[in-house]
Design a protein around this ligand. Structure first.
Ligand SMILES: Nc1ncnc2c1ncn2[C@@H]1O[C@H](COP(=O)(O)OS(=O)(=O)O)[C@@H](OP(=O)(O)O)[C@H]1O
Length: 229
């Protein structure tokens, strides 16, 4: 059994409030239950590793990662859907387009430098307490990736292949039956947005930029995510 704690508008470990207050926001956990909290931005938040470790050194951490170039374009697509007047992806990517200097202060680019973020976590947690889930495999083999998650959490492998079907129109796997319902459940409208076409030369330059950071990340995690061909 597991309970999922939803922190609402405050991402717990980013908030500058006392731990006693944070703990009270989490649901009580009984024996046999696992309490989970999901906030994607923790991975790139400087204070998060120390704050989470101060609350519990035994916390298990799960990070979903995908090709940082596609991640940047997806991030941009999400912002564009809310603010259609932003500059083009190509112009935001560079500090200086003619020299090819990448703007690493742009969050869409910065977040994908996974090796740098991981360094901060490894000062507070052993690698054995971290699981890196492949965003690509979550689509191509959801049961396989969720098998790894269940093993990591010490759960029986209850979710398997038979729980999923692939929805070609959506381009994503869907659950054959949602929890507590007999109906299928697919990801919402905001997942699988069409990404804009990006100048292939800009994509090439970004691939070149991320390659050394990806290699370092594969080395640190002991897992080749296959983003560099
Ligand atoms: N379960 C699962 N499997 C594989 N990929 C998934 C999943 N859930 C979300 N996504 C993709 O992650 C991208 C960002 O998703 P979100 O909208 O959830 O991001 S956020 O949490 O709101 O920041 C977005 O990517 P793109 O659609 O490529 O832009 C989502 O489609």
């Amino acid at each position: 059994m597991s309970s999922l704690c939803k922190p609402g508008p405050v991402a717990l470990f980013q908030a500058h409030v006392p731990f006693s207050f944070l703990r009270d926001l989490m649901p009580r956990t009984l024996d046999g239950q696992i309490t989970m909290e999901k906030t994607p931005s923790y991975f790139v938040t400087r204070e998060a590793p120390a704050r989470i470790s101060a609350m519990s050194k035994d916390t298990k951490l799960i990070v979903v990662v995908r090709d940082p170039v596609t991640r940047a374009i997806s991030d941009y697509t999400q912002t564009l859907s809310k603010r259609p007047d932003i500059p083009t992806f190509e112009s935001l990517t560079f500090k200086n387009r003619s020299t090819g200097l990448i703007d690493t202060s742009w969050s869409a680019i910065q977040i994908g430098i996974y090796a740098k973020h991981l360094e901060h976590w490894l000062r507070h947690f052993p690698l054995s307490q971290m699981l890196f889930v492949s965003g690509e495999r979550l689509i191509s083999d959801p049961a396989g990736e969720l098998g790894r998650v269940q093993d990591f959490l010490g759960l029986k492998r209850i979710i398997t292949d038979k729980h999923f079907y692939f929805n070609k129109t959506k381009g994503f796997p869907c659950l054959k039956k949602a929890e507590g319902s007999s109906k299928p459940h697919c990801l919402g409208k905001t997942k699988g947005r069409t990404h804009p076409d990006i100048d292939p030369e800009v994509v090439r330059r970004l691939r070149e930029f991320y390659r050394p950071f990806n290699r370092k990340f594969y080395q640190m995690t002991g897992h080749d995510f296959g983003w560099d061909g």
